[in-house]
Design a protein around this ligand. Structure first.
Ligand code: ADP
Ligand code: MG
Length: 695
């Protein structure tokens, strides 16, 4: 149960004055949460701050400074034609013109009543040798001055939300922030010079100095450390829970695996074999498996997953394979089914689309043990889904899932062995920090018969040549992806770009062109993918939704527009969509001039190598961990405050701290332990709390 002291922070933001139903949506978008709570708002930190403390006289002004001035309003000069609206003001030392473009006279007169005194705050400019302020940020009277923050936080915003609303709402939320007992080690806090949680948060939201809000400020570091510790503690709790429950030994006789191998038109790569040996050893031992299988796109992870599943099925148990999207699940299912049948493994699929009677029937079979391998999305661990005897859970594309899902899935069976697969190769040094203490298998080798992908960088100015070349290729039967640029965080704008490109290409190539994007209904999206997979369409325009896992071996061309906007890892993932069959593949990275140095180096690295692990290391060197692990765009570990590239050393400290805490106080029963519960709740790692309560 959540400690009641936190209740006010978990109330909906609609309980704040001024946030009505109309504002909920934009806030939900801004805070990336369906029904935002006060705590979400409080963790929405300013990215910078404006220093309004300078209060010079007009005579002392300097061009480009931000100043707050007390002025008398002398005279209005409404704009005429192209001339702006001017308000002439003065103090005892000089005159200042306030300038507006497009301001109605009646409004101006209300804002600046002639003969009165006002405080204006904004950037000072110089025009024709006279001081002026264009569109002041603030205009207040004597009373309003008291509320004008000397150092004003500036927040990331979204459409439909003004700076004022966000600032005011955060202010209201701050007034509900209670003082909480310290959960951090006292000596550590002292040595770092950290403030306690609430004062540190308050200081970030109401900075005293612009530097207070910078990523490297001690106040931010304090909260980052809190967040990292919450994460590490949750991971450690899951880990210790999994290890506490003795595992079980699944020893298959190899019969089904052999049948699958015989049904394959190729033989396993050495890496696949090695990974299988490692997994089989884990399954056979009676400690619980917690293994990460890392391998580049196309390295053949799915097959390893299937063989692992076959192993537990041989031993008479069930297995589950969970993937993040409907498309991926269908694809896994389609590819696994014939192989599974060859080995008498009964496989089924469960996603949000299976409903009604067929779903009921499926669930009954699952509970009766008449399904051996269940493939599905999140739907797999909803309530009501009961396995007879789940022994192995495979989670594909792990980074889309959090600790929560792992917990939920693991709770579907007794001592379930866990295999997590990720196609984002992560340097070993980072694995521990993000995934917790897991064993790692790597597939570093590409299946035989793959040809290298011819990767080229082409300036956008040569778009016409590219279009023609792609046109020739599809006329010759090739299939191509065309990925549209990531314009900004907003999917809507991405979509507009993709739709426009699609229209343009359709004019050229007609029915051969298809479109797929993240805002389509799942069924439409699947249809678009299926049309492309079957060759009904030959050129598939998309936003980045194809990034994850989709496999169309016939596709041999990948065009990525404005490649310089994508992260290295993401480009590598996208490129991995081609070169999956035996045909010769090409990847065209279209870039917009001028290209910065880092972008140049990144694109060059892609031309140089296809080894995802090398690329990940380069990414780490170039852009820091945040990038290696992806941005919010690709849905990566949910850190709101910690910036891995800045707080890396804190991350290591948090990991050690978490281990130590659980060693001394496994049930978090001590005074510090109880404070740590608050921490887990604050950062939404509270699922882990259940483990302590159960244990
Ligand atoms: P990943 O999930 O790692 O991106 P997949 O499991 O989707 O890769 O495999 C990509 C493709 O390679 C699939 O079409 C699969 O059948 C094929 N494949 C897997 N293992 C081998 C192998 N040892 N030799 C040849 N092809 C393979
Ligand atoms: Mg895959």
């Amino acid at each position: 149960m959540r400690p009641t002291i936190l209740d006010p922070l978990f109330a909906s933001i609609t309980t704040l004055k001024g946030i009505g139903p109309k504002l909920v949506q934009p806030f939900a978008k801004l805070l990336d949460r369906g029904e935002p709570r006060l705590i979400d708002l409080l963790f929405h930190l300013p990215h910078s701050a404006i220093d309004r403390r300078a209060r010079p006289k007009i005579q002392e002004l300097q061009a480009d400074q931000i100043a707050t001035l007390k002025v008398q309003i002398d005279r209005h000069q409404p704009g005429r034609g192209r001339a702006p609206y001017r308000i002439y003001t003065s103090d005892e030392t000089g005159t200042l013109e306030i300038v507006y473009f497009n301001l109605a006279e009646d409004r101006a007169k209300k804002m600046f009543p002639q003969g009165e005194t006002r405080y204006v705050s904004g950037k000072v400019g110089m025009y024709d040798g006279r001081f002026q302020m264009v569109h002041p940020d603030r205009i207040v009277d004597e009373k309003g001055l008291a509320d004008l923050p000397p150092v004003e936080p500036v927040y990331p915003l979204t459409e439909g939300l003004g700076a004022g609303v966000v600032r005011r709402s955060v202010g209201l939320a701050l007034s509900k922030l209670p003082e909480l007992s310290e959960w951090q080690d006292a000596a550590f806090v002292k040595s770092r010079g950290f403030l306690p949680f609430s004062p540190a948060l308050r200081r970030l939201q109401t900075p005293q100095e612009p530097a207070d809000v910078l990523p490297e400020s001690p106040f931010r570091a304090r909260l980052a450390y809190d967040e990292l510790l919450a994460h590490q503690l949750a991971l450690a709790l899951v880990r210790s829970e999994m290890k506490r429950e003795a595992g079980r030994a699944s020893k298959g006789d190899g019969s089904k695996r052999a049948k699958i191998e015989r049904a394959l038109p190729f033989s396993l790569t050495n890496s696949q074999r090695r990974a299988m040996e490692e997994i089989s050893a884990d399954l056979a031992s009676d400690t619980r498996m917690l293994r990460l299988l890392q391998g580049d796109v196309g390295s053949g992870k799915t097959l390893v997953a299937l063989l692992a599943a076959a192993n537990v099925v041989e031993a008479g148990h069930q297995a589950a394979l969970m993937a993040p999207t409907e498309i991926l699940c269908r694809q896994h299912f389609a590819r696994i089914k014939p192989l599974a049948e060859a080995a008498d493994i009964r496989v089924a699929i469960l996603t949000g689309r299976e409903r009604g009677a067929p779903r009921e029937e499926l669930l009954e079979k699952l509970a009766a043990g008449e399904i051996d391998l269940l493939i599905g999305t999140h739907a797999l661990f909803q309530e009501g889904v009961a396995f007879r005897d789940l022994a192995l859970a495979v989670v594909d594309e792990q980074h889309r899932f959090g600790v929560h899902q792992r917990l939920a899935l693991a709770s579907k069976g007794e001592a379930v062995d866990l295999l997590v697969m990720t196609a984002t190769p992560i340097p070993r040094t980072l694995v521990l920090s993000y995934f917790g203490d897991m064993d790692v298998s790597e597939l570093r080798e590409k299946p035989a018969g793959r040809q290298p992908i011819d990767t080229r960088t082409v300036s956008l100015e040569r778009m016409e040549e590219v279009v023609e070349a792609v046109g020739r290729a599809i006329k010759d039967g090739a299939r191509a992806y065309w990925v549209c640029p990531l314009v900004d965080e907003s999917e809507r704008i991405d979509l507009a770009a993709a739709e426009e490109r699609c229209k343009f290409l359709k004019q050229r190539f007609g029915k051969d062109v298809g479109l797929v994007h993240g805002q389509m209904r799942p069924s439409e999206r699947d249809e678009a993918m299926e049309n492309f997979a079957s060759g009904k369409t030959k050129l598939l325009v998309s936003t980045t939704v194809i990034e994850v896992g989709v496999d169309v071996p016939e596709a041999t061309i990948m065009v990525i527009e404005q490649a310089e906007r994508f992260g290295l890892a993401q480009l590598h993932q996208l490129r991995g969509r081609v070169g999956r069959g035996s045909g010769k593949s090409t990847c065209l990275l279209l870039y917009k001039n001028p290209l910065g140095d880092t972008a140049k180096r990144r694109l060059a690295k892609l031309r140089e190598t296809e080894d995802g692990f090398l690329i990940a290391e380069e990414d780490l060197a170039l852009r820091g961990e945040g990038e290696v692990l992806g941005t919010r765009q690709s849905g990566l570990p949910g850190f709101k405050i910690a910036a891995p590239e800045l707080h890396r050393e804190l991350l290591e400290a948090a990991r050690k701290d978490a281990a130590l805490i659980l060693q001394r106080d496994p049930h978090l029963a001590s005074e510090r332990g109880r404070a740590l519960l608050l921490l887990l709740f604050l950062f939404d790692r509270d699922e882990a709390v259940r483990l302590i309560e159960a244990g």
